[in-house]
Ligand binder design. Sequence first.
Ligand SMILES: Nc1ncnc2c1ncn2[C@@H]1O[C@H](COP(=O)(O)OP(=O)(O)OP(=O)(O)O)[C@@H](O)[C@H]1O
Ligand SMILES: [Mg+2]
Length: 257
Amino acid sequence: MNHKLELRNVTKTFKTEEGELTALENINLAIKPSEFLCIIGPSGCGKSTLLRLIAGLDDPSSGEILLDGKELRGPSQDRGMVFQEYSLFPWRNVLKNVTFGLEIQGIDKQEQYKIAEEYIELVGLKGFEKRYPYELSGGMKQRVAIARALATEPAILLMDEPFGSVDAQTRNILQEELLEIWKRTKKTILFVTHSVDEAVYLADRVAVVSSRPGCLVKCAKIDIPRPRKRTSVEVNEFRGKLLMWLSLERTKACIQR
Ligand SMILES: Nc1ncnc2c1ncn2[C@@H]1O[C@H](COP(=O)(O)OP(=O)(O)OP(=O)(O)O)[C@@H](O)[C@H]1O
Ligand SMILES: [Mg+2]
């Protein structure tokens, strides 16, 4: 089986004033091409740390991360990231935010605009190209961040609680839009969330991380056909299981391989 991404015994420790802090412990995880994986766990369990390691923004203390079978080294445009907090450049308008990665790639200006327009349309922001981030709602900002991450055509999209700061209704709409984008682009998506509802609505598979130090307590397939109905019996049943896994004692439950 060819994996798009594989984490083998990944551990991450940080040096702090109080001593060494283990943020992630012995994480083993394999992700298939075009899979939609949600990573869920309590605050501080190491979800952002895990995405940063996969993005290549930081290195594991031990263990390895393989991308298409090769050990991953540093950041690269084959992995696009959407951050937890709004991370647009405030001095750039929507179009210029989206062209950012393309500029770095040295792509011709006309081509940059053409590509950016495509992705701006994909996230439903056609007509807003000249707007600046301060003129946009939270949901619109995250749409721009998604367009910016997609514009360089990464094979993997890493999303760190991208919809955590928007209202419940906008969040539902953004989730539906993301599923559409995923269907059209066939990206491999790793999506971090706190929300049980969000994970059950979106994911092919969900990885449950325990409280600090984060370890994997469960990785389960969500076998519910799409489009999923948020209030269906199957969705509710899975939500119950997920809540149970989240409450498991880490010492007893960690998957050790
Ligand atoms: N650069 C760093 N130096 C020291 N400690 C860090 C660093 N980055 C993260 N940590 C610690 O590692 C742990 C995991 O942090 P992380 O941000 O990954 O959690 P999280 O699961 O994303 O939390 P949240 O859901 O609140 O975003 C925390 O205890 C945090 O304080
Ligand atoms: Mg985080």
